[in-house]
Design a protein around this ligand. Structure first.
Ligand code: SF4
Length: 385
């Protein structure tokens, strides 16, 4: 830490790497004043986003303290997911399970169902395991230090820092994608991502203040989310415009630098949507480990490289199966998937094979079905579920 907190400005000017600001690095970057956390905090006080899990600065002044359970839950939900998508899930979770003990006591299947649609399902399993660990090993209270937090299931260095800063106001350096972008631009980091990550983290740590570190962490996130956006940063409104080397260079949107992207491969597969006469759909549970582990699915075959073709997949029940026109497409982080959907119509009395169950039309929306299988079922049924 550089001691950049409010009222502690004297130490700033001689603290590396901010000393870089005092001498020209190159002809294209003139000397700039160092970014001051106090300026960012003043901006945050007026411009912070209002979020259901957040304690606003004015509320903090009135003595409201952050609830570590809500901070943790929101941070886990926000990994790889947008704020807009998370809000309704957060409200539903906290209404149903208001405390970490409530979540720890919930049946895992119910948690998975409530998580369905948020994606990255290993987070839901870790969520439950973490709640149980906090309830069992910590008396229902989250530990306050990064070192202790990072030992909880599913809590990595980022989440540990976020909880320590936001819930306990500890001077932890919180670096998510938004913060990476801001730091890469402020310091005009030339290394491409992800090579630049350690340097960005080191630079971010030089700015983390002792004063109001929780608000500062959230201010950094808000700056990246609302002004310092990927394509068109609103530099004219930025509290750090005078310190931003990328902006001074004239092309801030080109930071962080990127390596050329590897092409995302396409995989193909087949799924079977068996529909009983009363509209029920045949489902089964995926294995607990691996992609979409523990979630529900319609049965199908292996997902293979597109060059190999979808391959044969045995239908789960005998009967007349027909191919649904087109394919269902879904993009995962590391590959794109094209699914052929087969529909089979089954008489009312047909029993589900071992390991499967019939999900009635009224139950389908509440099943722990990842989006890709919701799409497949919708294609099979010819309607959204
Ligand atoms: S001046 Fe522009 S590019 Fe630099 S941090 Fe602010 S919004 Fe981002």
């Amino acid at each position: 830490m550089t001691g950049l907190g409010v009222g502690n400005k004297a130490t700033v000017l001689f603290s590396p790497p901010l000393s870089r600001y005092l001498s020209p690095m190159s002809a294209s970057f003139p000397p700039l004043p160092p970014p001051r956390p106090a300026d960012l905090l003043a901006w945050y006080d007026l411009n912070h986003r209002r979020l259901p899990w957040r304690v606003a600065p004015s509320d903090r002044d009135d003595g409201v303290v952050a609830d570590p359970y809500r901070v943790w839950l929101s941070e886990v939900m926000l990994q790889q997911t947008t704020v807009a998508a998370v809000k309704s899930y957060f409200e539903a979770f906290t209404n149903r399970w208001p405390s970490v003990r409530d979540l720890a006591a919930a049946p895992e299947e119910e948690v998975m169902k409530a998580w369905a649609g948020l994606g990255y399902y290993s987070r839901a399993r870790n969520l439950k395991a973490c709640a149980e660990a906090v309830a069992r090993d910590h008396g229902g209270r989250f530990p306050e230090t990064e070192a202790a937090l990072v030992r909880l299931p599913g809590v990595g260095p980022y989440t540990a820092a976020a909880i320590a800063a936001i819930a306990f106001d500890r001077p932890a350096t919180v670096v998510d994608g938004n913060v990476e972008r801001v730091i890469a631009r402020i310091f005009a980091v030339e290394d491409p991502m992800p090579t630049a990550k350690p340097e960005i983290r080191r630079l971010a740590a030089t700015l983390t203040p002792e004063a109001r570190p929780g608000d500062y962490a959230q201010a950094m996130m808000d700056l990246g989310a609302t002004l310092c956006t990927p394509k068109k940063p609103a530099c004219a409104l930025c509290p750090w415009i005078a310190s931003c080397r990328a902006r001074a260079g004239g092309a801030p949107e080109t930071f962080p630098r990127r390596s050329p992207k590897a092409a995302r491969p396409t995989r193909v597969g087949t799924v079977h949507v068996a529909v009983r006469a009363d509209g029920a759909v045949l489902l089964r549970r995926r294995p607990p480990k691996g992609l979409l582990g523990g979630m529900s699915e319609v049965p199908g075959g292996e997902w293979r490289e597109a060059s190999l073709g979808a391959g044969a997949a045995a239908p789960p029940l005998a009967g007349a199966w027909r191919r649904v026109a087109g394919v269902v497409e879904h993009t995962f982080t590391h590959f794109h998937l094209e699914l052929t959907v087969m529909r089979g119509d089954v008489a009312h009395g047909v029993a589900a094979p071992a390991g499967f169950w019939w999900s009635a039309p009224s139950d389908l929306p509440g099943e722990a079905l990842p989006t890709v299988f919701r799409k497949a079922i919708a294609a099979g049924l010819g309607r959204v579920i």
